[in-house]
Design a protein around this ligand. Structure first.
Ligand code: UD1
Length: 372
């Protein structure tokens, strides 16, 4: 039996790598790895394959950037051909990017079993493209693999049958735990002239934050203020880089020497940086979870989160985009009032094993020998 994995954008790679590895280790199922090419820069894609020890994609669609409709449609057109020739028994998609939705739509019309890893997360904000991707993907996926109990509840409320829902834990944390020791040996901090706990890390890329000049300007001014207390390392997403230039925010940045813009980083280098940070400021979904797993205080620069467990149990605080509120929250952390938090249930580094077992069971492959 054959499992076909879809990866497309940066946050997909660290979710698929451990699943691919766990299935390969069991040796019961054949696998095909398809990269849609939604992300294509070396620093947004290639480096993650090396860092995560993931094999190169078997098939690369080279889709690239475009409007939502263009990007989704191009992935769909190419994937239909791939599914026809590869004849997978199960298509495994992760997360909430356009490639995830496109793959789920094509597979559902072709009657192929779909598994959605990271199902059930909801921001309840339909202005987010990712929320639409999550809702539609979950509605048509056969297997809904959830990272936290709140996701199970969301799916139940939407009427998903209990037999479709499987709480497997957070597979992204598998990658984090498997990579941490290696990241710790890197000279990243030294190279950047930083000391442990002596700096903050920031990432911004959400359309709602970076496509609007007023919001982006406000965020940069808040960061500039915080950076007078401690340096902030800011690896800049290509989308954000473009917007900072287009919206003429260069002047604001020049006046803030403590806010240090750097190129997007590889997985291990970034983990080396985040794990020793005093504070993380972000609009990323993944980083809210990683900071909770690492026990590093996190301020989420959005009005909502689809990952409430990071607030209820972890180190995350959702502070919105008001510059003053961000400054106050950051100051509190720098003055020693950071959240402590705990690591949620099943964020234990073994989610991929649970997923591999589930796929084998669902596809009718005998796992008896493994269990014995
Ligand atoms: C996508 C996902 C988002 C995820 C993010 C992680 C959707 C709807 N959004 O957003 O959920 O959090 O990836 O990064 O799928 N670009 C490059 N090089 C690249 C990729 C992108 O230069 O390798 C630039 C292009 O100008 C492109 C823009 O970034 O137009 C946006 O890329 P896109 O893939 O549309 O969305 P992201 O903002 O990356």
């Amino acid at each position: 039996k054959k499992v076909l994995h879809i990866v497309g954008a940066r946050p997909n790679f660290m979710k698929v790598a451990p699943i691919h590895k766990a299935i390969a280790a069991r040796g019961q199922l054949s696998q095909v790895l398809v990269h849609t090419g939604q992300h294509y820069d070396v620093k947004m894609s290639d480096v993650f394959f090396t860092d995560l020890g993931m094999p190169a994609p078997d098939i690369h669609l080279g889709i690239g950037s475009g409007s939502h409709a263009e990007q989704t449609a191009r992935v769909m057109l190419e994937l239909e051909k791939v599914f026809l020739s590869e004849k997978p028994d199960l298509v495994s998609v992760v997360g909430d990017v356009n490639s995830t939705l496109a793959a789920a739509l094509v597979a559902s019309k072709m009657g192929i079993l779909i598994s959605h890893v990271e199902a059930g997360l909801r921001s309840f904000d339909n202005r987010m493209p990712e929320e639409i991707n999550r809702i539609v993907t979950d509605r048509i996926a056969d297997l809904l693999l959830t990272p936290s109990p709140d996701a199970d509840v969301n799916l139940q409320k939407e009427g998903a049958a209990a037999s479709r829902i499987h709480f497997v834990g957070n597979v992204m944390i598998d990658s984090l735990l498997a990579s941490k020791a290696r990241a710790d040996t890197l000279p990243t901090l030294k190279d950047l002239g930083l000391t442990p706990q002596g700096y903050a890390v920031c990432t911004l890329h959400r359309a709602s934050n970076v496509d609007d000049a007023k919001i982006l300007g406000g965020l940069i001014s808040a960061l500039a203020h915080v950076s007078t207390r401690l340096p902030i390392i800011f690896p800049v997403h290509p989308r954000t880089r473009k917007m900072l230039a287009d919206k003429g925010l260069g002047g604001l940045l020049e006046k803030a020497p403590g806010l240090r813009l750097v190129e997007p980083m590889g997985y291990l280098e970034f983990l080396a940086l985040t794990s020793q940070a005093k504070l993380i400021l972000t609009d990323s979904g993944g980083l809210q979870e990683e900071s909770t797993a690492l026990g590093v205080p996190c301020l989420t620069l959005r009005e909502n989160t689809e990952r409430p467990i990071t607030v209820e149990q972890g180190t995350n605080l959702v502070v919105g985009v008001d510059p003053e509120r961000i400054r106050e929250a950051a100051t509190a952390i720098l003055n020693g009032q950071g959240k402590k938090g705990r690591v949620p249930e099943l964020w234990d580094g073994r989610s991929a094993e649970r997923i591999a077992d589930l796929y084998a069971r669902v596809l009718g492959v005998d796992t008896g020998a493994l269990r014995a």
